[in-house]
Structure formats: C-alpha cells, structure tokens
Design a protein around this ligand. Sequence first.
Ligand SMILES: C[S@@+](CC[C@H](N)C(=O)[O-])C[C@H]1O[C@@H](n2cnc3c(N)ncnc32)[C@H](O)[C@@H]1O
Length: 301
Amino acid sequence: MRFSAKWRNGFGLFGFRLFPLPPGERAGVRGMRRGSDVAARASSPGGVGSVTLVGAGPGDPDLLTVAAVKALAAADVVLFDHLVGDGILDLAPPTAERICVGKRSGRHSLPQEQINTLMSQQALLGRRVVRLKGGDPMIFGRAGEEIDHLDALGIPVRVIPGITAALGCAASAGLSLTKRGVSRAVTFVTAHGRDGERFEPDWARLADPQGTLAIYMGREQARAVGAGLTGAGLPADTPVLAVENGCRPDERRFWTTLGAMAADGVAAGKGPTLLLIGEALRAREAANDLAGVGAVMMAGE
Ligand SMILES: C[S@@+](CC[C@H](N)C(=O)[O-])C[C@H]1O[C@@H](n2cnc3c(N)ncnc32)[C@H](O)[C@@H]1O
C-alpha cells in the first residue's frame, strides 16, 4: 500500500484529522519531569521544540504504526538512517527538512555525538524533530544515548516503537519464533562489537537447544557464530535462516545449518541481514520456505 497525499496533509485513512497532541499529553513522553513549563514552551512559537524517536520498522511502509505516521506528518525536520525503507520519508510533509545521518554497518556517516548535537540544536530552534530509525529505536538503535542527551538538556523526547527486524523477518518467512515444546525463549543478540572492536559472545549461554536466536549485524560474523554455537553444543544440523532486506521488495532468504555456516558463512549480499537460528525453524526449513514471498535460495547457490 502506498500512502496518499491526504496522509501528508494530516488526514487519516478514516477521514479524521491527525492532530498531534502536544508533548506531555501522551503516554511515553519523557522530559516532562522538569515541569509543564517545558511542555508549554514546546508548543509555543519560539520555544523549545521536541524530539520523537520513531521506529520505521524493517522497510515496508505498511508496517509503520499509526503513531509513526502521525509523527512524520507533523515533523518540521526528519533525521533518518540509511536503513529506513523507501516510501517512509514521503510521509513527512514536503516542507519538512530531511537530513540523512547515515549509519550502515561499517559506515557511520555522522558520529553519534554529532547526531545528538544536531537533534538538540534543531529542537532548541523550536522545531518538531523526528529521529527516524530502522526497526525499533530501542533495539540496537542507540536510542538510550540519544534520550540521555536530550534529557540532560530538558528537551521533551518521546519514543514510538517500530517492528524490529527479527519480528519482521520471521513474519515474512512465516516463522513462529516460539513453538510449544520446541522453543520457549527468543534472544535478540548482536554479533557486532562496538566500533569494530572484537566481540566474543558467551556462546555457552546462547546455545540453548530450546531457544531461538535472532542475530543482528551477524553476516560478517556468520562463520564465527556457526563455530561458536556448535562448539558450545548445538547440533550442526540446527536450522539457520539468513534474511537479507527483510520486508522489502528485494528480500532474499538463505537457508543453511549451523555446521554449514561455520564452514561457508552465509551467501547474503550487502543488504541488512538477520540470522534466525533454532529448532523452531525446522518445519519451514523442511518445506524449504517455498510458499513465502521473495527469492528462496540455499546457502552456496
Ligand atoms: C544497527 S541494527 C538496527 C536494528 C533495528 N533497530 C531494528 O530494531 O531492527 C542493524 C541490523 O538490523 C538488522 N536489520 C535491520 N533491518 C533489517 C531488514 N530489513 N532485514 C534484515 N535485517 C535487518 C540487520 O542485522 C542489520 O545489520
């Protein structure tokens, strides 16, 4: 579905106007503890603006929340990451300033401190700032650092959650991450160290035969993940699904096993790639995921 111009003009699908409430009148508003004066200035001309951290989901605009669409429609300025899917930025008014602050594996076009400063500068100019992040802002999104920075300056900040990559990719592949009698836990973990630092996960803790792992930023580390988990006792035939560009028109899925991944890595390209690992995947692996959308490949093809 593509959103029509009426979204951008502030009208919703059901014909009502999407008036954003002033900061402080919604659940999830932060920065109000300094008193209502901040909220008052936030909505008065020349006063402090506000920042809304918005989860853009994994890529498909249809997976945005209604709150995200409203926040975008009301934005004066949008600071966005590379991972934000096509079509989502179009939901901001044409007059809204759009600033790409980058962030893609290994390529941070703006250091986090500069993103923080840019956000607060814009808000202090009295603007409604939307900080648009791929997936959910609170999952491997450095939202905590941004919230701390804004809190310290007394700038109202609100968070609108998004669908994180693990949930989007699982849904896209028709996978249930929990399964009665098979998987009773789901773990979101990154295989990526801070700013390129080497990172050695606690493989023994992660190698739960009754759990499902969702590994973010894991493509480059796929061999190490396979070796680490089999070394910690998971069977070599444990199913693995790598989803590249999940929930986008160019989504690709690569099935493999932990043993094969330890030897060969995953065949995914340069798009954002999520690894799903565990016995809960076995039924879909057996069906070879042929009913799903997107290209279906076996590792090594
Ligand atoms: C810095 S993390 C950001 C995660 C994001 N906040 C979320 O909740 O999905 C970036 C990693 O998320 C995963 N990712 C994000 N979008 C994805 C997508 N559309 N398909 C597959 N993986 C994705 C990849 O592992 C990528 O390297």
